[in-house]
Design a protein around this ligand. Structure first.
Ligand code: SF4
Ligand code: SF4
Length: 375
């Protein structure tokens, strides 16, 4: 069965600006079917790494917030901490980055929370017993929220091909331990060249999984994979950036784990989850980078659905229908109908996340796309 996906393009007129048009798109989604008065409504988004410029403009979030408030519910904007060391690896720097990027109460009209707490420890185990993930570790604020609205910037991604609704919820909503689970499955690795043997990570590891060993007459950290639980705390602790997740994990398995995590984050949100994808500033890489390369195709519009698989499928299809803009990193697959995602990441089969999402009952790859008329 196909799922409904509503869409607006980027045209505006004196009769209706983009903010009002977004309001109409949200109305089409009928938030009232899932939100009751006094519900705590998590609006899950990516605040953008410091220096990134492609993330969703904060004024758009204000529209979502206002629609939730109109239902007498309590919205808050949230994201979970990152796995890597950057400007969003703990709540303090994450919130500072978010506010510096414009997500201030004065602009968005709602408070911000970091879903997995100060250092990623506010993580709720969600048993799902799926093929790869038996228990997922989700940012507690997302589990505790009554309703989830995913507001995702749809762009390309070097591991999943693209990042849309599924990635925003499954990877973005996971606590640091959950992200680690998806990225490597086991434990991070020490880069011997970068390690200076300071021992900070040894003191911080609650599992006593790290010891200093002698490598070519120098002290280097060593992580015992038998003792490590993959909490990823040490990645944050190391000032030399010498500890990293094992990104070489099998990419198809990575995508399937991410999809299972999405199912976990939505487990207690049946009929209470909504998805909005912004097909704007469609950059070749994630907003986790401190820069944004030139958009690959024109700004297409904004989509909305209650089905995370259908909205991501529709988003990918719309991008691939476009001609590439001149002056981007895309060297092949530039014509209309050609696969722009493969053009950038030829080693990734991005359909896996959609296929697997459909297989586990997260949603449908078949969709019925309805463009709202312009005023
Ligand atoms: S904190 Fe970093 S530099 Fe220090 S011992 Fe651990 S891995 Fe090496
Ligand atoms: S991931 Fe956690 S358990 Fe594993 S070595 Fe690092 S701090 Fe210790």
């Amino acid at each position: 069965m196909s799922s409904k996906v509503f869409a607006i393009d980027m045209r505006t007129s004196v009769k209706e600006g983009m903010l009002q048009k977004l309001g109409r798109l949200i109305d089409a989604l009928d938030l009232g079917q899932g939100i009751r008065s006094r519900d705590l409504v998590a609006i899950k988004l990516h605040f953008g790494e410091r220096g990134n410029t492609a993330y969703i403009r904060p004024v758009y979030l204000r529209q979502v917030v206002d629609k939730v408030k109109a239902l007498k519910a309590h919205p808050f904007l949230t994201d979970a901490n990152t796995l890597y060391v950057g400007t969003r690896g703990n709540s303090v720097s994450h919130l500072r980055t978010a506010i510096e990027n414009g997500f201030d109460f004065a602009v968005v009209g709602a408070p911000l929370t970091i879903a997995d707490g100060l250092k990623g420890g506010a993580s709720t185990p969600v048993p799902i017993d799926m093929e790869y993930i038996k228990t997922a570790h989700i940012g507690s604020d997302l589990v505790d929220a009554d309703v989830l609205i995913s507001v995702a910037h749809f762009k390309l991604h070097e591991l999943s091909g693209f990042g849309g609704a599924i990635k925003n919820v499954g990877m973005g909503g996971a606590s640091r331990r959950g992200k680690m689970d998806q990225h490597s499955g086991i434990s991070p690795k020490v880069k011997n060249k970068a390690c200076i043997g300071c021992g900070d990570c040894v003191d911080h590891c609650a599992q006593s999984a790290i010891t200093l060993i002698e490598v070519e007459d120098k002290q280097k950290a060593y992580i015992d994979p038998e003792k490590c639980i993959g909490c990823a705390e040490c990645i944050l602790v190391c000032r030399q950036s010498a500890i990293n997740p094992q990104y070489q994990a099998d990419v198809p398995v990575f995508m399937k784990k991410m999809v299972e995590y999405t199912a976990a984050a939505l487990k207690n949100k049946q009929g209470k989850a909504f998805f909005i994808n912004f097909l704007t500033q469609i950059s070749p890489a994630c907003d986790c980078y401190g820069h944004s390369d030139a958009p690959l195709v024109r700004d297409i519009g904004i989509l909305a659905s209650t089905d995370p698989v259908a909205i991501d499928q529709a988003s990918a299809d719309l991008i691939n229908k476009e001609s590439a803009l001149p002056g981007t990193c895309l060297q092949t697959c530039t014509g209309p109908g050609e696969d722009k995602i493969k053009g950038v990441y030829n080693y990734i089969d991005w359909t896996i996340q959609l296929d697997y999402g459909q297989q586990i009952g997260l949603g449908s790859r078949a969709y019925d796309l309805e463009w709202l008329e312009n005023k």
